[in-house]
Design a protein around this ligand. Structure first.
Ligand SMILES: [Zn+2]
Length: 394
């Protein structure tokens, strides 16, 4: 009897130690991972007064893609790591950010060939962040959790962050910003439809929870169709067509970043709602599975698509800000400046030349590469603003 009691006591102590250890890990690991994955290589070039003034007077600066919700960073507070938070946006004349939700990231993922069956790094991240067990094994729950996280940050920011679900929300943001440039806003997007877990009901739940943009695939082929980095890289599936039908009914923004070439051509043929590539590069600057060909860009222009230019080397090469602006220039010259937007991929496990406070460096480089003031206004956010005004539901 005595032994049994001792064993029980030992087990209780052991369990408690484990719980304390797990608690400590959830405190220590998330910021370390965040800092390690989302770096900024500081720019050393100077920003001219002309660029500074031009940037600070921009009416609407907005970006099509960031994965900030994946990390355990309170976006309502100012952080000294990672790429985006509300405070840094407010302080840097940034009006708008699309928050895109990543729910699965297979180990060893790469641009050429990624196996969706490989161990999922985000399962581990969810555990390390101390998330509820319901998120550990459900991609859908993870997506809902990230939507709710953004809403929580908005409340904590005294509602000076406006979640944009319909046109009126954007009009409210614009109206408020006319007198107070600290007010900011954003929309929610999904990076990959695998979080629907094959159920249309999940699509409806996510739409009801605020999602307004959807990229059908991410790094691997899924139930909706092929990824540019998948094994099959196939076209759209029957389930994918169903989702497309539901998106069409709601005029939802379809994001083709990461989708396979076959899928892009299926989408261009069949989808009549708004299309973006939220974070991309172009083959005309750096040839890659990840990037859009000139032919694709021309087809996308016919669909009034918006091309968000990404900031990381895999999309724009190793030229930093010069590479970003070179990519913008290529798209501008090929299909017109009205199709170019920012698509940083901030906080997307990438190293970028700036964080959200550094857009003036891009303006400086745009001036160097002979972009006009009007073109700069359009690319820095006006194209995006007009695209949203035209396409958001009433
Ligand atoms: Zn991405």
């Amino acid at each position: 009897m005595k032994m049994k009691y001792k064993t029980k006591k030992r087990f209780a102590i052991f369990s408690m130690v484990l719980v304390v250890l797990y608690f400590l890990v959830t405190l220590i690991a998330p910021p370390l991972l965040d800092k390690g994955q989302n770096k900024t290589i500081e720019e050393t070039t100077k920003v001219s007064n002309e660029a500074k003034i031009l940037y600070n007077n921009l009416d609407f600066v907005g970006d099509l893609h960031c994965d900030a919700l994946l990390w355990d960073r309170d976006l309502s507070k100012e952080n000294d790591y990672g790429h985006v938070d509300f405070q840094r946006m407010s302080n840097s004349n940034v009006a708008f950010q699309a928050f895109t939700i990543v729910t699965k990231s297979p180990k060893g993922h790469n641009f050429e060939k990624t196996d969706g069956e490989a161990f999922d790094n985000i399962t581990l991240l969810s555990i390390l962040q101390g998330q509820s067990v319901t998120n550990w094994f459900s991609l859908f729950n993870r997506a809902m959790y990230q939507c709710n996280k953004l809403k929580g940050y908005a409340r904590a920011y005294n509602d000076n962050f406006i979640l944009i679900e319909k046109k009126d929300d954007l009009l409210t943001l614009l109206k408020k910003r006319a007198t107070n440039k600290k007010i900011i806003g954003g929309i929610i997007g999904l990076e990959g439809g695998h979080c629907l877990e094959g159920e249309i009901e999940n699509f409806l739940k996510l739409y009801d929870n605020g999602v307004r943009m959807l990229g059908l695939s991410h790094f691997f082929d899924n139930k909706l169709g092929g990824s540019a980095h998948g094994i099959e890289k196939g076209g759209i599936t029957e389930f994918g067509k169903k989702v497309l039908g539901e998106m069409q009914k709601r005029n939802m923004i379809l994001d083709i970043a990461h989708t396979s070439d076959k899928m892009i051509s299926d989408i261009i043929k069949t989808y009549n709602g708004p299309i973006v590539s939220s974070h991309t590069g172009v083959d005309g600057v750096i040839e890659s599975y990840r990037n859009l060909s000139d032919e694709q860009l021309k087809l996308l222009a016919k669909k009034d698509a918006l091309i968000g230019v990404a900031f990381f080397p895999g999309a724009i090469g190793n030229d930093g800000i010069r590479g970003i602006v070179k990519t913008m220039k290529h798209v501008k010259e090929l299909i017109g400046v009205e199709h170019v937007a920012l698509g940083s991929d901030f906080d997307g496990s990438v190293t970028t030349p700036i964080d959200v406070t550094g857009y003036q460096y891009i303006v400086e480089e745009m001036l160097q590469q002979n972009f006009s003031k009007r073109e700069i206004e359009m690319i820095m956010g006006e194209n995006l603003k007009n695209f949203l005004l035209k396409n958001l539901p009433n």
